[in-house]
Write a protein that binds this ligand. Structure first.
Ligand code: M7G
Length: 324
């Protein structure tokens, strides 16, 4: 059974005992998936073969700690497809009409993997992130950013400890595809949590910059051009070298608003309709570079559009300000 990170309380106890070595989301493991109990389905998609669950882990005193579990049927791996037909398995003929027939297969475990991503312990914000909700577009001016969005993200946003763990090689160190160690203009390129690396169709990597003070697109000025150019150039070179996918077949972009307020760049396969790659959220890195080269304060001037769920506190702030 797959093992996951330790619950926070246990992690903290161990951290005290060993001086922090197992802390900060390292490869420590102490629970199995079967420890988790499903509370409700937050969202599911028949098209994407994915389900988002609100789960909990009950401790010995009977108290539950929230978790989010994402179960996703993995894409086909080309080299394993012949086995699907050849390996002895239960293939039930459900329909036959003229030249058309439908079989339902029960493949052996190695050909029917399901990827499970666990967030544990999960905050209310994690649960809300995956809950299906009505979505609205916000048109945020620079003043709105300063007066509404910035104070909000400073008061509450997702922890970016996982980013620091990668930058400090406390987690995912063996997954690093490329690093430019320069503290100002350097970054780390790793496979995204969403990609299992078994096939290139849904290739997904992220570049995390070493500088810690850049929250998002809104903070970028011409001063950051060398950094952004490094990410674009070296990111493409590293991906063609490691995975054989050329730069012209990659979608390289930033999200606005990002969920995590530490500058990062998404690299996805052009043919993959990655979540968050639509026009209301994705900004191509090449365009961002051009915009900043033309006008250093481009992103401190223009209005930016982004989607917010109706139940998000930030949406309520925009409503209160009469902006929606
Ligand atoms: P985002 O635009 O801030 O938010 O992107 P989004 O999750 O709403 O798209 C953050 C990206 O980092 C996403 O593509 C996540 O899948 C990815 N990501 C998140 N976490 C917690 C991890 C992690 O622990 N490791 C890695 N490798 N990727 C992560």
């Amino acid at each position: 059974m797959a093992e996951g990170p330790q619950p926070k309380r246990k992690r903290e106890e161990e951290e005290e005992q060993n001086g922090g070595a197992a802390a900060q989301g390292g490869p420590a493991a102490a629970f199995t998936l079967s420890d988790l109990r499903v509370r409700r389905v937050l969202r599911e998609s028949a098209r994407d073969k994915i389900v988002f669950l609100h789960a909990e882990r009950i401790d010995l005193s009977g108290e539950g700690t929230d978790a989010v579990v994402i179960l996703e049927k993995t894409p086909f791996q080309e080299e394993k497809i012949p086995d699907l037909l050849k390996k002895p398995m239960n293939a039930e003929l459900r329909m036959h009409n003229d030249i058309y027939c439908t079989f339902y297969l029960s493949p052996p475990p190695e050909l029917s993997e399901i990827k499970a991503t666990v967030v544990y312990p999960a905050t209310e914000k994690h649960i809300q992130k995956y809950l299906r909700q009505e979505v609205h577009l916000i048109r945020e001016t620079w003043e709105d950013y300063k007066n509404i969005t910035l104070p909000f993200i400073q008061s509450q946003s997702f922890s970016i400890q996982w980013v620091y763990n990668i930058l400090e090689k406390k987690a995912e160190a063996d997954r690093i595809v490329h690093e430019n160690p320069d503290p100002s203009n350097g970054f780390v390129l790793v496979p995204d949590l969403k990609w299992n690396q078994n096939q290139l169709d849904d290739l997904y990597l992220i570049a995390l910059v070493h500088r810690r003070e850049i929250k998002s697109l809104r903070d970028l000025t011409a001063e950051h051009l060398p950094l952004l150019r490094n990410v674009l150039q070296e990111g493409k070179e590293a991906i063609v070298k490691r995975f054989g996918v050329s730069g012209s077949q990659l979608r390289i972009y930033l999200h606005y608003q990002p969920s995590y307020q530490h500058l990062h760049v998404h690299f996805t396969a052009l043919g993959y309709d990655a979540p968050g790659s639509s026009v209301e959220r994705a900004h191509l890195l090449a365009d961002v570079i051009d915009n900043l080269a033309m006008d250093s304060s481009y992103y401190q001037k223009r209005a930016l559009t982004f989607p917010l769920r109706a139940d998000e506190p930030l949406f309520k702030k925009f409503q209160e300000a009469g902006k929606v």
